[in-house]
Design a protein around this ligand. Structure first.
Ligand SMILES: Cc1cc2nc3c(=O)[nH]c(=O)nc-3n(C[C@H](O)[C@H](O)[C@H](O)COP(=O)(O)OP(=O)(O)OC[C@H]3O[C@@H](n4cnc5c(N)ncnc54)[C@H](O)[C@@H]3O)c2cc1C
Length: 434
């Protein structure tokens, strides 16, 4: 028996069997075995979900035996990889071939299947979510059938399985739309709360990718605008090694880790600490190959809740979140991250059918996140908020159905592809029903 636990340390499980399949046939065999024995089987990623979405109950499949880039179609501009490939490996392989994904989130540690299955997203662009950049997929269903899906082939499966929560099958390969490598210029700039909110819509309209961080108990925001440069890759002007180490490693990880860990024992200092944190991260501009600008190391372990709300209500929801935090007496040491996404056409994507604004709330691993998240969650729900599938939330299927117009369609497909609930676990029973 081997213990499984997630990155944040919030969830753990003890699967009865652990298998690392090396090909599709071995995945099929494990699914058929689980079905015959009326047990469950769960392919895990790297455990970067804060929820127990990937918690295995009986058999745990690990992704390490099926990783790497499989093929590139330069005419169609697509790349196909094993679904268990870490995002950082795909990024490196694509860079070597002069190619890139269009957009990505804050880190690149996750597996491709784990990231897409929970609706992992970045900000802005023509597609913020990784799943919305898929052109095709292959999965082994709960009856052991290997299915291929894309816009033309099994389109109803494609519509749901791109953000499938691990409930529809074991993804074996994923095909992404890619584009030639490009440079991104990042402009990081501290602003006051009023200036940042006042200019947010304009920044989001003018820049390809806009991200903001509000430091609770302060009036300070850090804004980050990423724009595509029409320049050769050799013209990149990355952050110098020393400045990069100082900003991204020392200030954003090492020092931040010490401060937030220390603040757990002296919450009174948090407002002053946040004011200092907001000031030391000064303005800077740099450019680099896209994936190195989108993603950065996150070594301080935290807990996170993130909700997508309709884009037009988003800044008012943020203002309401600030009012709640200010009047709560809680002391929050981690910034609140604000991002946007264009609507997509995936049944359970948090951006399904509507332009969205994402609000992400974090606490240090050793701080109790429950009071903070409980303070905000009812307000986010009142604004038709949809929780990130991989981040802490308390919603059930009955709560989720009203905010997803295609919820029933997803459940019907689950009945078809996994009639015996081979892929079930407690999290899926809660958010989708038995
Ligand atoms: C530090 C940090 C930063 C993050 N940044 C962002 C961000 O910027 N944007 C964002 O949206 N999210 C972000 N996340 C959340 C993260 O991207 C998601 O939780 C993602 O699901 C993690 O991928 P994973 O490989 O760890 O998958 P896991 O968490 O292990 O699994 C997630 C789900 O995928 C399923 N799954 C895995 N492999 C397969 C497969 N082959 N077939 C079918 N199902 C499969 C699992 O069963 C489970 O249901 C972050 C998380 C952390 C810890």
């Amino acid at each position: 028996m081997r213990e499984w636990s997630n990155w944040s340390g919030l969830e753990s499980a003890r699967p009865e069997r652990v298998v690392q399949p090396r090909d599709v046939g071995e995945v099929v065999a494990e699914v058929e075995r689980a079905r015959a024995e009326r047990r469950t089987v769960k392919m895990v990623g790297t455990g970067h979900s804060f929820t127990a979405i990937s918690a295995p109950e009986h058999t745990m499949l690990t992704p390490g035996g099926m990783t790497g880039l499989l093929s590139v179609d330069r005419e169609a501009m697509t790349a196909t990889a094993w679904a268990g490939t870490p995002l950082k490996v795909l990024n490196a392989e694509l860079e070597r071939l002069g190619l890139s994904l269009h957009n990505m989130g804050d880190i690149a540690e996750q597996t491709l299947a784990g990231a897409t299955s929970t609706g992992t997203h970045g900000t802005g662009g023509i597609a913020a979510g990784l799943a919305a950049q898929l052109a095709g997929l292959e999965l082994v269903t709960g009856t052991g059938e290997l299915l291929r899906a894309g816009p033309e082939e099994n389109p109803e499966v494609f519509a749901a399985a791109r953000v499938g929560l691990g409930a529809l099958g074991v993804l074996t390969t994923l095909t992404f739309r890619v584009e030639p490598s490009f440079l991104l210029e990042a402009r990081e700039q501290p602003m006051s709360w009023a200036e940042a909110l006042g200019s947010f819509d304009q920044m989001a309209a003018e820049s390809h990718h806009v991200d903001m961080y509000w430091f609770p108990h302060t009036d300070r925001m850090l804004t980050k605008r990423n724009d595509r440069l029409d320049a050769d890759l050799s013209e990149a002007e990355p952050v110098g090694r020393l400045r990069g180490w100082l900003d991204d490693e020392f200030l954003s990880n090492t020092l931040f880790g010490w401060l937030t860990a220390g603040a757990n024992h002296a919450p009174r200092v948090i407002p002053s600490m946040n004011r200092v944190s907001a000031r030391v991260l000064g303005a800077r501009t740099y450019s680099d190959v896209a994936h190195r600008v989108f993603t950065s190391p996150r070594r301080v372990v935290f807990r996170e809740m993130e909700y997508a709300v309709p884009r037009e209500a988003g800044l008012d929801v943020l203002r309401e979140a600030r009012r709640l935090v200010d009047s709560s007496g809680l002391r929050i040491s981690f910034p609140v991250e604000i991002r946007v996404a264009p609507a997509d056409d995936i049944a359970l994507s948090t951006a399904a059918g509507r332009d969205s604004l994402y609000l992400a709330f974090h606490t240090h691993r050793d701080a109790d996140h429950r009071a903070y998240f409980a303070l905000l969650e009812p307000m986010l729900r009142a604004h038709e908020g949809r929780p990130h599938w991989g981040k802490v939330h308390t919603l059930t299927a009955a709560d989720l159905a009203p905010v997803y117009p295609r919820f029933e369609e997803f459940l019907a497909l689950r009945d078809r592809l996994d009639p015996d609930r081979v892929f079930a676990n407690d999290y899926l029973r809660r958010v989708l029903g038995d």
